[in-house]
Design a binder for this molecule. Structure first.
Ligand SMILES: [Zn+2]
Ligand SMILES: [Zn+2]
Length: 296
């Protein structure tokens, strides 16, 4: 009888999404962790004409509100982040894309699969325009290209382009755009500099790609722009905002990811510490080491 009940429960769980109302015990544990991590973080940083001064309508989304808004959990062990590179990347950009796969797999504790690079020829003339360089319309890539092809086990399906992007005619450009309800996103490395120019430009381009990718996937997983801390989920209106934005999530946004993806913070921080050490970035390595030490 027990076996039949267990089988029934397994079938039920496999067929339907897992809903996760946060319990009081979980809430207390997260709040305790947030308190411990907070001294390593700073309040949101401001600069002239930044995203906060221009976007006044972004709703505030504390951890508890996030948990109520995102009841369906994502099983990180069974889900995949799919990436579709679109365009003609040079070999340095390709190298960054490859590294990005590794970084995202560590950051979200999830399998990352990159599809073969494809040409952007399929994008119709009405969804591209000539400015200083050619730009591609995000809404076409999101809703006409990605949405009908989304794989069943995708937690996120992303297009990455080397050409510049625009969401609608009145906008000059966007770095990227994501749909929280459809698990899809698109972003571009066009404005990050040509990584073949020098090692310095290469490193910066890679860092900006890391920041943008984790930020947009953060949106896909339900996180709104963060207005509490200096955080990867802060908005950005321009390259200055993006340069200022850190790679890491603040205690509040980290809790959102850890809760929704069922990831323990300590092993996550440990893996990230090892990753940054491997690619020889002492600042990030030290930061994650300090975070890890706070999670005893
Ligand atoms: Zn954003
Ligand atoms: Zn945050």
């Amino acid at each position: 009888m027990k076996k039949i009940l267990l089988l029934f429960l397994c079938l039920f769980c496999a067929k339907f999404p897992v809903f996760g109302q946060i319990t009081d015990i979980e809430k207390t544990a997260f709040l305790r962790l947030q308190e411990r991590l907070a001294p390593l973080h700073q309040p949101v940083k401001r600069q002239e004409n930044d995203w906060l001064s221009q976007i006044t309508t972004d709703p505030k989304q504390p951890f508890e509100v996030f948990c109520k808004e995102n009841l369906i959990k994502i099983d990180a062990s069974k889900s995949v982040i799919y990436i579709q590179p679109i365009g003609k990347f040079n070999k340095h950009q390709r190298k960054i894309l490859k590294e990005l796969d590794k970084y995202l797999a560590v950051f979200f504790g999830m399998k990352v699969v990159s599809f073969k690079e494809i040409s952007d020829d399929f994008i119709p003339a009405k969804d591209r325009r000539k400015m200083v360089s050619e730009q591609l319309r995000t809404t076409y890539l999101l809703y006409d290209y990605l949405l009908p092809k989304i794989p069943k086990d995708a937690a996120a399906f992303i297009a990455f382009t080397e050409k510049d992007l625009y969401p609608q005619d009145s906008w000059a450009y966007v770095f990227g755009q994501a749909s929280l309800s459809h698990k899809i996103g698109v972003w571009s490395m066009y404005r990050f500099g040509n990584p073949k120019t020098s090692q310095k430009v290469y490193d910066n381009c890679q860092l900006l790609a890391f920041k943008t990718a984790t930020h947009e996937i953060g949106h896909i997983f339900g996180i709104q722009h963060c207005q509490m801390f200096h955080c990867n989920m802060n908005g950005s209106m321009n390259l200055d905002d993006l340069a200022l934005r850190p790679t890491y999530f603040c205690p509040d946004c980290q809790s959102k990811i850890s809760w929704r993806l069922d990831l323990q913070m300590r092993p996550q921080f440990e893996k990230l510490e090892r990753y940054w050490h491997k690619i020889d970035n002492p600042t990030e390595t030290e930061f994650y080491k300090s975070q890890k030490e706070k999670t005893y």
